[in-house]
Design a protein. Structure first.
Length: 434
């Protein structure tokens, strides 16, 4: 077994060079063991060249950032098989390609979540200000996102801190160093920075071969953000919710579990004051296993940002926990859940409401409104005002963000988006008045 050592979790250039040499030498995937650490590689001399489909490169550049130790070998196997003549990228049933696509989707969603959810704390530094943000990513998205963020804000001194490491930008060089395992709030983050600042910046070094993220325009500009005050930057998992999520993985209360990839349970702080309830997971949510990470979730993230709502402080879930769809060629087309399916899944929504005990439940769209109010709802009639339910819960009805994706007219889409942001601002005002 030949051991291949990469310099870091996102050592794209190291993986690429090793893959080229190994494929040209004819070394099969099963003869390799990929690892991250220090050491030298005894790579065979590479002579000749080969080509891979252009579409594989961005897919691999995303998947290499996944927090999965088998990703390097899996990506090498794809290149090996394509070089052997297999038409992999047109085979949607291939398990290796499906696994890599799931990784890429998860990384892309996490990169977006980091860019939209990170909160920067303004810390005086010499005659200027450094903006420090802390984030706990599910995947290794810091290097690529840091490269993107500093390109967006070249005039700002920034430090992005995660448990995996930290990125520092001083308006001239992007350096990487040690991170912070956990930060309770802004005060803890600031105290850590003041205590270790000189050492952190002195020991930081450049990082090479970073697969770059995308979508520069979605990143909020740090100086435009008001002071956050004592914001909880990380919430501890709630054992009761974790247990319920585990039980929901094998739910058979309705037939939707059959074609779906997995159960998609809610996520967020167990003491969140607001719970957002959507209809059901979409195609990307079903693949990744997390709610509101697809196109509709990204619209909601952006609208919440504009409304001044902190996504980290809310609980997000769906009325139905499995993806309902019909297969149309290679695509899975969303299907609206029926009343019996909503009623069957109300058990899990009730479990979440009991454990989280939110002061306000936001019902996004008709299916969520039916689940929350127990009756058919006309969104235009119920929208935009607090409603008190028979059990004493306060709910707020608005559109589902996917509705905005389906509006073909640009002007109408812009008006509806502004109306959605206005609803979110009303929700923030309700929470402030409570």
């Amino acid at each position: 077994m030949r051991k291949i050592v990469l310099n870091g979790e996102t050592d794209w250039e190291g993986w690429r060079l090793a893959t080229r040499a190994l494929v040209l030498a004819g070394i099969a995937p099963q003869a390799l063991a990929w690892t991250v650490g220090s050491g030298t590689n005894d790579l065979p001399a590479a002579s000749g060249s080969f080509h891979v489909p252009r579409a594989l490169v961005p897919l691999a550049a995303l998947a290499i950032q996944a927090r999965d130790p088998g990703r390097f070998g899996l990506l090498y196997s794809l290149v090996w098989r394509i070089n052997a003549g297999e038409k992999l990228l047109t085979d949607n049933t291939d398990p290796d390609l499906s696994a890599v696509r799931r990784m890429a989707l998860a990384v892309r969603a996490e990169a977006h979540r980091m860019r939209t959810n990170i909160r920067f704390l303004a810390v005086p530094e010499g005659s200027g200000t450094r903006f420090i943000g802390w984030f706990e990513p599910a995947h290794f998205v810091l290097p690529a996102n840091a490269q993107l963020i500093v390109r967006r804000f070249p005039d700002l001194a920034l430090s992005i801190v995660t448990p995996d490491g930290a990125a520092h930008w001083d308006r001239s060089a992007l350096l990487f160093g040690s991170g912070l395992r956990h930060a309770e709030d802004d005060e803890a983050l600031q105290a850590w920075w003041h205590a270790h600042r000189e050492m952190l910046l002195e020991q930081a070094t450049p990082e090479v071969s970073i697969p770059e993220a995308e979508a520069v325009d979605e990143i909020p500009r740090p100086p435009d953000r008001p002071a956050l005050g004592p914001v909880v930057l990380h919430h501890k998992p709630d054992p009761a919710l974790q247990h319920s999520a585990k039980e929901a993985e094998v739910c058979r209360r309705c037939p939707l579990y059959g074609p779906a990839t997995q159960t998609v349970f809610g996520e967020g702080p167990a003491d969140a004051p607001v719970m957002f309830v959507g209809e059901q997971p979409g195609d990307q949510e079903d693949t990744i296993g997390r709610p509101f990470v697809g196109p509709a979730g990204q619209i909601m993230d952006r609208a919440m940002e504009e409304a001044g709502l902190d996504r980290r402080g809310v609980y997000v879930t769906n009325a139905v926990k499995h993806f309902k769809f019909t297969q149309r060629g290679k695509r899975r087309i969303h299907q609206t859940p029926e009343v019996p399916e909503i009623q069957a899944c109300s058990f899990w929504l009730d479990v979440e409401r009991v454990h989280v005990r939110p002061r306000l439940v936001v019902l996004l769209g008709g299916s969520a409104a039916r689940a929350g109010l127990g009756r058919a709802v006309t969104i235009s009639r119920e929208r935009g005002r607090p409603i008190r339910t028979a059990d004493g819960q306060t709910v707020f009805v608005t559109v589902h963000p996917s509705f905005l994706l389906r509006i073909p007219d640009a002007a109408a889409k812009a008006r509806e988006y502004e109306a959605f942001v206005s609803d979110l601002k009303a929700i923030k005002a309700l929470m402030a008045a409570d």
